[in-house]
Design a protein around this ligand. Structure first.
Ligand SMILES: *Cc1c(COP(=O)(O)O)cnc(C)c1O
Length: 479
């Protein structure tokens, strides 16, 4: 199984070349479980099969039923859009079985990853000591950071493990933070937003109220601010929140999983003033920085605090920590998140950034901003459509006057069936509305016009596959 097999290699490499050369990648479709079960039946047997036959099964059954995130017509949730350089280098990482647990085992890979983390830290304005590691995504980053927030507060305040704690979040905070808080046994202090935006003022009021109930409900030890909400791309009042965090001694975590890419665009960087005061920041390059899945960047203002929490002790791990890691220039990614074994998932981004340069990244991010503004303008000019909110980043939320949730769902299913776009409705203040999320730099104004036209043109008589209908219904609101 481990011998070099030129035929097998050739089969796969030819497939890779074919897939990479698709321009654009076909959108794909949603598979039905029963159909997939039949197509995959018997794939794994005791005696193995010809690789070409297995690959054929893959290209016929699996590949078309994974909606292509690298299609510019993927506009649901938050898409991904890896550069070709990053996608190719991901294969290098795989082919060389690169790993990135510890400096002892993977110093070169970690040094290159850290170069990218440094770039992101500089864009955010974090100090020279800032650092962290790449994790699988925003959820893993939020969890790893908030564990450090919790344990640092316990240590500083001399609190018992049973003492109840709270972390302030907003009613717009990403669902992964609610998961995190449930996992780490910290209660949320949900702060109401002003126009869906968490402000320093609202946080101050909530903290004053929370002080009165601290004994029973727990001290507030941190706050999660969002730099680009997933649903509408709204940037919280980071500077005002940072003021409150300083005044109350709170850990400031900025969830910039989606919006962090905006740091490349000077106008957005200005709107994110305050991010430089964060104790921890999460940015997902697999969203808007064109890295393949799965790639999340986690940064700490003071990485020593993370090390004190995440470093794993086991006698067989002593070797990777040397004699007192504090004084060494070694950097162990396993010390900065809850993981141990990991792929150096920052390397594809490192390669792509080095190949294309940061100017190209800025231009690609700015394209998303421009297309969002173009869409907003088009919506304003189109009778029957309303902009729900002015876009701040690259997400546009809009309403077709008079439509019900079923209308939006039928619209999404129709767009998918006609391969015009993969779109999912969302919910805004209790109302189902349309939402377009732009990440891919190849989305054009013509594509946007084509999609917007389908909202106002008489809907063609739908002949919907039941699987597609239920998938869109399930997807609704997932953003
Ligand atoms: C996408 C997203 C997350 C979750 O990130 P994953 O990479 O999907 O785990 C968290 N927060 C925000 C704001 C996001 O947009």
């Amino acid at each position: 199984m481990h011998a070099f097999d030129p035929t097998l290699t050739d089969t796969i490499v030819r497939h890779l070349v074919d897939r990479l050369s698709l321009d654009p990648a076909p959108l794909g479709r949603i598979g039905a479980a029963a159909e997939l079960e039949v197509q995959l039946k018997g794939a794994i047997g005791a005696r193995g099969a010809d690789p070409a036959d297995v690959l054929r099964r893959y290209t016929e059954a699996v590949e078309p039923t994974v909606v292509s995130c690298d299609s510019p017509r993927f506009l649901a949730f938050i898409p991904g859009a890896p550069t070709k350089a990053a996608a190719l280098f991901d294969m290098v990482v795989s082919a060389a079985s690169l790993h990135g647990v510890s400096w002892l085992e993977a110093s070169g890979a970690i040094a290159a990853e850290n170069q990218v983390l440094r770039l992101l830290a500089d864009l955010a304005g974090l100090p020279a000591e800032a650092g962290g590691c790449f994790v699988s995504g925003g959820s893993a980053g939020n969890l790893s950071a908030l564990v450090v927030a919790r344990d640092t507060a316990r240590r500083r305040l001399g609190l018992d493990r049973r003492a109840p704690l709270r972390i302030a979040v907003s009613d717009q905070t990403h669902s992964s933070v609610a998961n995190t808080l449930s996992i780490i046994g910290v209660d949320p202090l949900v702060v109401p937003t002003e126009d869906h935006r968490l402000t320093g003022r609202a946080l101050a009021a909530a903290l004053a109220e929370a002080e009165r109930t601290a004994a029973a409900d727990g001290r507030v030890i941190g706050v999660v601010a969002t730099a680009g909400t997933t649903n509408a791309g709204i940037i919280d009042d980071l500077a005002g929140i940072a003021d409150q965090a300083t005044a109350h001694g709170l850990w400031l975590h900025v969830d910039a999983a989606y919006g962090g890419a905006g740091l490349f665009a000077p106008e957005i960087r200005a709107a994110m003033t305050g991010i430089e005061r964060a104790d921890s920041v999460v940015i997902d390059p697999h969203k808007w920085l064109f890295a393949p899945f799965d790639c999340g960047a986690l940064l700490y203002r003071d990485p020593r605090l993370a090390r004190a929490v995440h470093t794993q002790d086991a006698s067989y791990l002593d070797a990777i920590h040397g004699d007192g890691a504090e004084d060494h220039d070694e950097w162990n990614p396993s010390d900065y998140a809850y993981h141990l074994t990991r792929r150096p998932r920052g390397l594809p981004l490192w390669f792509s950034l080095a190949v294309h340069g940061t100017d190209a990244y800025r231009a690609a991010v700015e394209h998303g901003l421009r297309i969002a503004r173009f869409t907003a303008e088009l919506v304003r000019r189109t009778e029957g459509l309303e902009l729900v909110r002015e876009p701040e980043l690259s997400v546009v939320v809009l309403r077709r006057v008079g439509w019900s949730g079923d209308d939006y769902r039928a619209w999404c299913d129709d767009l998918m069936q006609r391969q015009i776009a993969f779109v999912a409705p969302t919910v805004w203040e209790g109302e189902t509305v349309a939402r377009l999320a732009y990440v891919h730099p190849d989305i054009t104004e013509q594509m946007v016009e084509e999609i917007i036209a389908t909202l106002v043109a008489p809907a063609p008589a739908p002949a919907l596959a039941p699987a597609a209908v239920s998938a869109a219904a399930a997807a609704e609101g997932r953003a």
